[in-house]
Structures are given as structure tokens and as C-alpha cells.
Design a protein around this ligand. Structure first.
Ligand code: MIC
Ligand code: SF4
Length: 643
């Protein structure tokens, strides 16, 4: 029996376990990436492990907190630069671009494993890497040479057949995928792309598709490394980093789905979820206040050139605020040289920094009740910085159509010829903002007043008594739990950041937890389906832990967040019956007797002391995860000499 791509890559990196869907395996990690918002904690944790140099090819990017409204961000950047230099890590300075875009351009390697402390790390699957998003602590362990544990996934083959029609692009494909797969229920699956349509899809287009696999909640997405990939590596002057990697003809998949590219139409994800996908035609005519192009989904040279070509000789509608953030310094330098930047400026575009920026709510908050069309990947309520704004996710083509007309417009109705973007034979290459680490380790690491020690948890008590402190519904994202935007600058200051846990849902949450602590109780979070979707930010587990949360009761938990909860010693149990979720109330006092023994079983009994009844829940953790969680998290577990 032939092998699929996943079997080929995991097979070469396997350390422990059997390659059977649902089984836990441990693999060797070749590369890591961090970004500044998750990176400070990851490096503090790495430092706590006491190693002098990393064992992986590692890059520390600064792309999230680049607004620098106050000293905190700049302090963090300096810490990141010095800690990288000391420990053998490359450092990509602010201004060099968004981590996934730069990694694709300059560092990627087909067939390699990559762990990144950012949920969109799977973007790198565009060139045949096995790239996964995880919490910072998992990256720290990988940098120290430790194995990465994952559940061996079910592999779904998605055949892309045929060819896209004019005005339809990669974003429309991945929005179609989101329509089919939605944002829920895909934990433990991986998508492998194939089919005749790959011949026409360039690496930047493939990266738009792998990028938004994160929104489906899959472990990762991957394309083969083929002639198209070689063309990209040649143009990046990195031909030697390329090799061919294809699945065998008779490879086996758990399921196969076929998508006819010729039938794809311009799509849009409506507020407030990336899977609320409609045809653009269904909402056309809606007045638009803001249009933004950028983010790690749609900021490549191809995308920005397309936008410039559509705008050349035309002007943005007077009622629209239109911004463009090129994904990397490479893209910016090239459009500056070839005149496209001039076309954008002439058309009335606001040129934004080559960073995450608006995508993570750092700037460009739209007006009240705005309709904002954006090319990024997430439109969770409030993420834009304006709670009542309606954010729609679209392709660059559809974004520009709205920027020109002032209303939602199918780009096929613009009445001009679809611009053909020819990718360069050689990209502009200048790695001077991608700093090499220092040769020696005698560098002193800078620590500003914003940088604190990573907090440790205590081992799980024998009997857990805790109060329900919040009850939330389905699809609670990490942006609900630990908001970014203006609070991002406190990522290195856990006591401060913790004050904002659940801020968008219940601003009084942290005070309630403090009160519970004073009264001798831990706190419990009760949630519905797909709890913790979105970001890899481990702060969504770390800060609740700091506040004394020891238990999550949910209908289901998303993959990265589930791992982060284990890493920080929070027990997660899932409801067996929805009626038990319905019955729980805010303030209920719960008890689990002899937790250590209780979690040995798959079923754990929880006593509701306030209402006087007991109910059964499920514990789906592996033996190793149980030990980590019970010891109070991965740092304690590792301190006991375990991995
Ligand atoms: C995001 O897109 O939500 C972020 C901000 O990039 C996060 C990382 C973070 O919270 O720092 C992610 O996707 O993991
Ligand atoms: Fe940055 Fe947005 Fe991409 Fe997250 S999704 S890495 S915030 S550009």
C-alpha cells in the first residue's frame, strides 16, 4: 500500500507511537517559529529550561505588537532580540513582515516539520511542510530538543479539479471549504490537497488555502511539493532547499472530497464567523465603510499586485477607508520598485505597516456599526476593535470591487478585464532584517519592567472543590477568553493581562475568580461546543490558571486550546449529556473527589453540591496528558525530569 504525504513526513520523524488515526505519536521537530505576542512567554519558558542553544532551526518574528503605544512593546522586542541572539535563534525585526509570509519566502523546506506558536503556522503546508500551530510552551520544549506529541490524524484528501474562472481566486476556494467543513468538528483531521487543479495554483495561492485550514480547526493542511513549488524556490534563490514530495499513486485516505474549481464563485464569510459563507451575490449592494487588504492570508506579492493592477488609473470611493498592508518587506520593496506602490497611493490607498496590524485589532478599528470588508481570516465579534462592526471576509478581488464602488460588488460586474499577475522570476532578496544569532552566548538578555517570570501552577489537589464562575455558549474563541488588540502589550505581564480574561463576555470575571480564591475555592468555566477556537495563545489557559481556574466543563474543546489547558494544569472534562450543561448554573459549587483516581477512568463523576446531584463527564486525555495536568502543567512535569 502506498503512502500519503502525512505518512511520509511523520514516518521520517516518528519517535514514539503507531501511525494510526486517534493514537498519540511523538515526532521530531526540525523548525520552530514564534511571533512576539506569544514569543516572549515561549522564550521565558525556554530560558527556564536552562539550555544554552536551541536544537532546532528557530526564528523569532516581530509582527504582532508593532504599534508601540507605550514602552511595553519595544521592551519586549529588545528582550526577544537579545534572547534570540544568545540562544541561537534567528530574529526577524519589526518591519520585515508577517511571520508566515516571511517563513514561506525565506525559511520553508518541503518535508520538514515545523511548530509555531501561532495558529496559522499551517500556512507553510503550501510548500509541503508538516506545519502545526501550538502554544508557546510546546515550542519551547521543541527548541530544547524535546519531542512533540500529537494525535495521529485522520487524513482527508481534497482533490481540486479544473481551473478557477476569472475574478475567482484562492480565497474563494478556501471559503468554499469552510462552507463544507465549517469551523467545528474537525479536531483530529488533516487535509491533504491534490488533483489536476494544482497545476494552476501557485505557492502564494496555495498558502491562502492552507492558512485558513486553521479556521476549520484541522491539525494542519498540506500540498505536495511539485514543479510549482520548485518555481517558487527558484524565484526565492533557494532551489537547493527544494525537493520533490508527492503522495504515492495508491495512497490511502480516510475520506476524499472533490472540488470543481471551475464552479467556484466569489464568496464571502459573513459576521461573525469564518464559516458563515455566502456567495457575494447574496449580499451585493450593501454599503461599505472600510476595506482592508493584508494579513497572512492575502498579502503576498501576487495579491498586492492584483490590488494595484485593479486600482491603476482608478480611485477609491470617497466614503470608503481603504488600507493595504503588504505581507513582507520583500513584497513592499518590490511594489516600491515596479511602480505598483505609486498606483496604490494614487488611487487613495492608505499604506499600512508590513505587519499583522488590523487583523489582530491593532489599529484600523472601523466606525460604529461599520461594514468592513477584509481579506484576513477571522471575523470574530469585536476583534476589529469595534464591537458593533460587521466584518466580512473576502478575496482581494472582491475587496477592491467594494473599494471602488462603495458597496458590496461582485468583481465580475466591474466591467473591466481581469488583470493577469505574472509572478517574478526572481524575487527581491535582502535578508538584512533577518538577523543571525550571535556566535557566542555571552550576551546579556534585556528585560524591561513589563517582562515577568512565567507563573507556575501547583499540583492538582486530591479533592477539587470549585465554583462555576462563568457559563458560556458554543464557539467561544480565544479572542473572547483573552482579547488581543489594546491588551496585547500585556502578554509578558501575566498578572496584568489576567485582569482581562473574558473581558468581552464578562468584565467582572477576574474579580470573581479572586473572590473565589479568597474564599478557598478554585474556579470552573462551563462552555458549549468548540470551546477555545482560533488563536494558539496559551494565555487563554495560562491567565485563567493564574486566576485559579482548575476545571473546564465543555461540550467540546478545540485542539490547540485543549493542549494548552493540559500544559497549564487545567482539567478538561466533556459533557456526556447536554442536559447536564443546561442544568449547571453560575455560582454552583462542584466537587470531584480523589481527582487522581477519578481521571484514571474515562468517566469522571462531578458532584454539584449546590443543587445536590451528581453527573458523569468524559475525560479524553491520554495517560501522559493526565500526568502533566495533575502535576500542575508541563513546566512542573519537565522539572520532574519527564518529557
Ligand atoms: C491570531 O490571528 O489570532 C493571532 C493573534 O495570530 C494568534 C496568536 C496570538 O494570539 O498571539 C494565533 O492565531 O495563534
Ligand atoms: Fe497575524 Fe492575523 Fe495572521 Fe494572526 S491571522 S498571524 S494576527 S496576520
Amino acid at each position: 500500500m502506498g503512502k500519503n504525504l502525512v505518512e511520509k513526513i511523520i514516518g521520517k520523524h516518528l519517535l514514539v507511537g503507531e501511525m494510526t488515526a486517534g493514537q498519540e505519536v511523538a515526532i521530531r521537530i526540525d523548525q520552530t517559529l514564534t511571533q512576539d505576542a506569544t514569543g516572549t512567554m515561549a522564550y521565558l519558558q525556554f530560558e527556564a529550561m536552562g539550555l544554552s542553544r536551541v536544537k532546532t532551526l528557530s526564528v523569532s518574528y516581530v509582527d504582532h505588537n508593532t504599534l508601540q503605544d507605550g514602552f511595553e512593546n519595544a521592551d519586549d522586542h529588545r528582550y526577544l532580540q537579545t534572547v534570540a541572539a544568545k540562544h541561537g535563534i534567528k530574529y526577524s525585526k519589526a518591519g520585515n513582515g508577517i511571520c508566515h509570509q516571511v517563513h514561506l519566502e525565506r525559511i520553508s523546506r518541503p518535508g520538514a516539520t515545523l511548530l509555531g506558536s501561532d495558529s496559522h503556522t499551517p500556512t507553510l503546508g503550501a510548500v509541503g511542510m508538516l506545519a502545526m500551530g501550538v502554544g508557546g510552551l510546546d515550542v519551547a520544549v521543541a527548541m530544547a530538543g524535546g519531542p512533540f506529541y500529537l494525535t495521529y490524524p485522520r487524513v482527508i484528501r481534497v482533490n481540486l479539479e479544473g481551473k478557477l474562472r476569472p475574478w475567482c481566486s484562492a480565497k474563494d476556494i478556501v471559503l468554499e471549504m469552510l462552507k463544507i467543513f465549517t469551523t467545528k468538528g474537525n479536531v483530529g483531521t488533516l487535509i491533504e490537497y491534490g488533483g489536476s487543479g494544482l497545476e494552476t495554483l501557485t505557492v502564494p495561492e496555495r498558502s491562502t488555502i492552507t492558512n485558513m485550514g486553521a479556521e476549520m480547526g484541522v491539525t494542519t493542511s498540506i500540498f505536495p511539493s511539485d514543479e510549482m513549488t520548485l518555481t517558487f524556490f527558484k524565484a526565492q534563490a533557494r532551489e537547493d532547499d527544494w525537493h520533490e514530495l508527492k503522495p504515492d499513486e495508491d495512497a490511502r485516505y480516510d475520506k476524499t472530497v472533490t472540488i470543481d474549481l471551475g464552479a467556484i464563485q466569489p464568496n464571502v464569510a459573513c459576521p461573525h464567523s469564518p464559516d458563515k459563507v455566502k456567495r457575494i451575490r447574496e449580499i451585493e449592494g450593501l454599503e461599505v465603510n472600510q476595506v482592508l487588504v493584508g494579513s497572512c492570508t492575502n498579502s503576498s506579492y501576487r495579491d498586492v499586485m492584483l490590488v494595484a493592477a485593479m486600482l491603476k488609473g482608478r480611485h477609491v470611493h470617497p466614503n470608503v477607508s481603504f488600507g493595504v498592508a503588504p505581507g513582507s518587506r520583500q513584497v513592499l520593496a518590490m511594489i516600491a520598485k515596479n511602480g505598483a506602490l505609486r498606483d496604490l497611493v494614487a488611487a487613495g490607498a492608505r499604506i499600512l505597516e508590513t505587519a499583522c496590524g488590523f487583523c489582530v485589532g491593532c489599529g484600523q478599528a472601523p466606525q460604529s456599526k461599520a461594514v468592513s470588508l477584509r481579506t484576513n481570516n477571522r471575523n470574530f465579534e469585536g476583534r476589529s476593535g469595534t464591537k458593533d462592526a460587521a466584518v466580512y471576509l473576502v478575496s482581494p478581488e472582491t475587496a477592491v470591487a467594494a473599494a471602488l464602488t462603495g458597496k458590496v460588488t461582485d468583481p465580475r460586474d466591474l466591467g473591466f478585464v481581469y488583470p493577469q499577475i505574472v509572478l517574478p522570476e526572481v524575487y527581491y532578496i535582502d535578508d538584512s532584517m533577518l538577523l543571525e544569532p550571535a556566535a557566542d552566548t555571552a550576551i546579556s538578555v534585556y528585560r524591561g519592567p513589563n517582562i515577568g517570570e512565567p507563573p507556575h501552577n501547583k499540583a492538582m489537589p486530591k479533592t477539587l472543590t470549585a465554583k462555576v464562575t462563568i457559563k458560556v455558549g458554543d464557539k467561544i474563541t480565544t479572542d473572547h477568553i483573552m482579547p488581543a488588540g489594546p491588551f496585547l502589550k500585556y502578554r509578558s505581564n501575566v498578572p496584568k493581562y489576567s485582569k482581562y480574561v473574558f473581558h468581552p463576555v464578562d468584565p467582572g470575571f477576574s474579580e470573581k475568580c479572586e473572590r473565589n480564591k479568597r474564599d478557598g475555592f478554585n474556579s470552573v468555566i462551563v462552555a458549549g461546543l468548540s470551546y477555545g477556537q482560533g488563536s494558539s495563545r496559551e494565555h487563554a489557559a495560562l491567565c485563567p490558571m493564574y486566576l485559579g481556574v482548575r476545571l473546564l466543563l465543555a461540550k467540546s474543546v478545540e485542539r490547540i486550546h485543549a493542549a494548552n489547558l493540559v500544559n497549564f494544569g487545567i482539567l478538561q472534562l466533556t459533557f456526556i449529556s447536554d442536559a447536564d450543561y443546561d442544568r449547571l448554573q453560575d455560582g454552583d459549587e462542584l466537587e470531584i473527589e480523589n481527582v487522581y483516581q477519578a481521571v484514571e477512568n474515562k468517566q469522571v463523576t462531578v458532584k454539584n453540591k449546590t443543587q445536590g446531584y451528581s453527573f458523569h463527564t468524559q475525560c479524553s486525555l491520554t495517560q501522559r496528558q493526565k500526568e502533566i495536568m495533575l502535576s500542575g502543567g508541563l513546566l512542573n512535569y519537565a522539572a520532574n525530569g519527564k518529557r
